[in-house]
Design a protein around this ligand. Structure first.
Ligand SMILES: Nc1ncnc2c1ncn2[C@@H]1O[C@H](COP(=O)(O)OP(=O)(O)OP(=O)(O)O)[C@@H](O)[C@H]1O
Length: 665
């Protein structure tokens, strides 16, 4: 028998990702629906923020039944003739058993979710929908399709670039060295690939740039084999309102029932990290009573300064990248190339580096003339020499103000502390870690609730392996900060921004726990929040204890007053005999007023109450002094002048309030 000759095959990137959808977060129909929403929303946020526009984003998921999908695709909705031919065929007995089992499982799910403190509205909706589906026998085919539409007020896309940006895998405008949510040039195309695979329907796009007189309209899909856009329709529509932004609409197979909670959670968390954005979300069900509308309002007009593009840091470049930079540089000397195309290299330092290379190059060598060995020497030197840390001003963290605002808006906690860490460096890329820790609030369950963000994207999957989760659960000793990690409702928010987030995988689900620099930065930011909370919690506990102590003492005042008064009354009615009694009457002069009824039992009650309150305040203050909390008790109070002209007087320190006086000039 002759050997079968193996033929070599080649795959396009689109084919590779179509076959390995899970790499990009498109694991199953439910997750595909979630990731599609996520990718489109993140593109919209990037597009609005990059032009300094406060984001205004409308998200719609429209449910499309199998029947309606068939008519959209022009397929007849035929009644089944031979039921037993179908996968979901079941006898009456089996059907009854299944329904009972499903009802039980649903109850269990709802109970478990309630225990986790998830939104009852979402749960009630899920239950209602599941019941409606069961009643309608929808589980028969089990397939539901969704038209996902996301509209924004961002930059839009240039008319001629739209087919390539949305119909060619690994194409985009975010490959530069800049902090953006998107990075791989993949997300929107994955939604398109999934729509092609699951419904065969093309994507629809409306887009207009700022000031553009027309709206670009495209209907397109992707040739997966060739990794090329396949344009069905391209038009220029009138734009009389001078609208700018983009609207993308994609029809896919999904599973709202199992992923609605995740989508809701995602939107809620993105509203936390971008309180300057407005999101309106609508789920349009086939049966109107199952539709949902949620608005996440804008709480501030203060948007973080947009991130800036930076040059490569020498520590972040590999051999191939150096070759690419050499190929595209406009610099005509090696010294200029090092100084101009890299960050953290001054003109002088470039000269010193070249002198150190000693392999036949000098400052005036044309970069393009470096041979392979010289490029390798340069690469080696760039990784061995010392350089200043990369510039950090190009990053755009959410800011403590926004983080706090978002948390207050969405969770309304009793306490919240925030901290922004200093910029640090990982493999030549600067990064900043911001954190917030909250205690109490609505829709949050007892224990440690972790909210992870990277480049202002909420990360909801693979939490167990993530550096933030591991640090919060294993490296923070919550008890030292007077936080009970099982009974307190603790919110842990960590947001990392960088020009290169070290994600594991193209799905952007989590950041690994194996980079010391990242671990230290996350731990430090959380500890700083906890320290602030400890002061607040100690103060709260002291106030609580004081209240309890006073309550207990005041409880005994009437009885004590009655007993003392009785003794005084008896004494005042009996004649004064003996030196002790005489001395007592002289010292206190109390029996006279009692005898003359100037002092009654009520007088004693009043005086004792006043005394308990005074003593208690003194004790509390002393206790706080001992705990070193007098500082924390001071609240700044500013008296503002009514005119713009003023000069600042020296601050006056009070016991519990520090007053900064501003005197009108
Ligand atoms: N709503 C939008 N407004 C403006 N441009 C957009 C919008 N959506 C997509 N784009 C453009 O299309 C490009 C490709 O988007 P896509 O989602 O495929 O990848 P990406 O966002 O660059 O990276 P990632 O795969 O990491 O999300 C983007 O880089 C952007 O230039």
């Amino acid at each position: 028998m002759g050997k079968k000759i193996e033929t070599m095959q080649q795959k396009s990137p689109a084919e590779f990702f179509a076959e390995n959808k899970n790499i990009a977060g498109f694991d199953n129909p439910g997750k595909c629906l979630y990731t599609t929403v996520r990718e489109l929303v993140e593109n919209s946020l990037d597009a609005a923020e990059s032009s300094g526009q406060l984001p205004d984003i409308e998200i719609t998921i429209e449910e499309i039944s199998q029947k309606r999908m068939n008519s959209i695709r022009g397929i007849a909705n035929l009644e089944r003739v031979d039921e037993s031919l179908y996968q979901d065929f079941e006898t009456e007995d089996i059907r009854k058993k299944r329904m009972a089992k499903e009802a039980k499982e649903q109850e269990k799910l709802v109970k478990a979710a309630q225990k986790r403190g998830e939104n009852p509205e979402v749960l009630a909706g899920a239950k209602k929908e599941a019941e409606a589906k069961r009643a309608a026998g929808a589980s028969k085919s089990g397939k539901t399709f969704y038209k996902v539409t996301v509209k924004d007020n961002g930059t839009g896309m240039p008319h001629k670039d739209i087919p390539n940006l949305l119909g060619r895998v690994l194409s985009g405008t975010k490959y530069g060295l800049k902090q953006t949510r998107g990075k791989f040039g993949l997300g929107a195309k994955m939604a398109l690939i999934w729509s092609k695979m699951s419904t065969g329907l093309p994507i629809e796009v409306w887009s207009a740039r700022h000031g553009q007189s027309f709206i670009s309209y495209y209907k397109l899909d992707i040739d997966i084999h060739k990794n090329e856009p396949n344009v069905h329709k391209a038009e220029e529509l009138a734009n009389s309102d001078r609208w700018h932004g983009a609207e993308l609409s994609v029809t896919i197979l999904g599973n709202w029932q199992y992923y609605r909670a995740k989508i809701h959670k995602y939107l809620r968390q993105i509203a936390v990290i971008t309180p300057y954005a407005r999101f309106s979300f609508a789920y349009v069900a086939e049966d109107e009573k199952n539709s949902i509308r949620v608005n996440f309002t804008r709480r501030t007009d203060k948007m973080p300064a947009p991130p800036k593009e930076v040059k490569f840091h020498p520590a972040s470049v590999d051999l191939e990248l150096i070759k690419r930079l050499i190929a595209i540089t406009k610099c005509t000397t090696l010294r200029h190339f090092l100084f101009k195309d890299f960050s953290s290299i001054s003109k002088d330092y470039a000269g010193r580096l070249i002198a150190e290379m000693r392999c036949g190059v000098d400052e005036d060598t044309l970069p393009g003339e470096l041979d392979n060995k010289q490029v390798v020497s340069l690469h080696q030197l760039l990784h061995e020499a010392k350089f200043k840390d990369p510039d950090k001003d190009h990053l755009s963290p959410a800011g403590e103000y926004n983080l706090r605002l978002g948390i207050l808006k969405e969770l309304n906690p009793e306490l919240v502390a925030t901290h922004q860490g200093d910029a640090r460096v990982l493999e030549g890329h600067a990064f900043v870690v911001e954190a917030a820790v909250s205690v109490g609030g609505r829709d949050i369950k007892p224990g440690i609730n972790i909210y992870r963000f990277a480049n202002r994207i909420p990360l909801l999957f693979e939490g167990g392996s993530d550096v933030i989760t591991k640090t919060a659960l294993k490296r923070i000793n919550w008890a030292t900060y007077k936080i009970n990690q099982t009974s307190d409702k603790v919110g842990v928010f960590v947001s990392i921004v960088s020009t290169k987030i070290p994600y594991k995988g193209a799905g952007k689900e989590y950041i690994a726990d194996d980079m010391d620099e990242m671990v230290h930065a996350v731990k430090h930011a959380l500890q700083q929040c906890c320290l602030q909370l400890k002061v607040k919690i100690t103060k709260q506990q002291a106030a609580k204890e004081q209240k309890l102590r006073r309550k207990n003492l005041i409880k005994y005042v009437p009885n004590a007053a009655a007993a003392v008064f009785k003794v005084l009354q008896t004494m005042s009615e009996t004649p004064a005999v003996g030196p002790k009694r005489k001395r007592m009457e002289a010292d206190n002069d109390i029996l006279g007023p009692v005898k003359r009824r100037e002092v009654e039992e009520g007088t004693l009650v009043q005086r004792l109450t006043e005394y308990v309150e005074r003593i208690d305040t003194d004790m509390a203050l002393e206790y706080q002094m001992q705990q070193g909390m007098a500082e924390a008790m001071q609240q700044p109070l500013f008296l503002m002048p009514q005119t713009a002209q003023h000069s600042y007087g020296p601050p006056l320190q009070g016991n519990a309030v520090s007053i900064c006086l501003l005197s009108v000039a």
